[in-house]
Design a binder for this molecule. Sequence first.
Ligand SMILES: [Mn+2]
Length: 321
Amino acid sequence: MNILETVRGRQTIAISGHIGPDGDCVGSCLGMALYLRKNMPEAQVDVYLGDFSDALRRNIPGTETIIYDYKPRAEKYDAFIALDCGRERLGDAQDMFDRADLTVNIDHHVSNPGTGMINFVDGNASSACEMAYLTMDPDLVDRETAQALYVGMVTDTGVFRYSNTSERTMQTAGRLMTYGFDYPAIVREVFYEKTFTQQKLLGIALERARSEYGGLVIASLLDWKTQHSLGAAKKDIDGISAQLALTEGADCAILLYATATGEWKGSLRSNRYVDVAAICQNFRGGGHVRAAGCTMYGDGEKALEKLIGAAGDQLRKQGLC
Ligand SMILES: [Mn+2]
């Protein structure tokens, strides 16, 4: 697909991605918008997205032009480009998509059959950003567009570590780097950097961590008093269980943390053997086999014991302990 040819002559173009936008979603939408604004200066190009993190805002050029209130800035768009999702995850932008004269869908989710009149969907691509770049003429891409796309590639591949990273991914990323932006800063700020509160909480969770079943299960608990004294919010907890799961020899990580209302939230991760979705389904939760969550009540220590025991049961059944 050549996106300039695809939307040639269209005067009003809307761009949007999925609700709860991540780095790939914001990066692909802004990368596309910056590219079209530069190469189709006569067109009105509007981006509609929900809110996202400050780190993404600082590192993706053009976020100040995003329309967050989803109030349509055109009666009916000549073209609508959906990135990083199909029509069903567009949220409040769905109506604009349905009314547009031309709909284009660029995505990398296997589950998306292609919901536009014109589709460019590849379930093997690392990111919507990788695909967006393939629709562009490299000579017409500028540094800002390249930077926006690079952010999305970094986040969706976990800094080129996940199995979705292909030879083409690395070649595309390498090509983007030639446009000359500060790529070490992007990797640090959008992927590795944590707030001081996040660091303190992680430190406390690690310090209190228990190693069970010969190190196969690592578990920790954060009570409400600890979180409250640090002024911590839900987002400060994110990433702790993933960090626990990086312990050598560990298969399953369990973090149990209290919420303001006195309930407990379990955040579970596993590397190879334990099906954490199955565990969480027994405690008002669910998720994926390798990452899941649940809600528990009563005494925190006892709740943690139950989760540890459930992981142990699975490991025992598989003859691992
Ligand atoms: Mn994506």
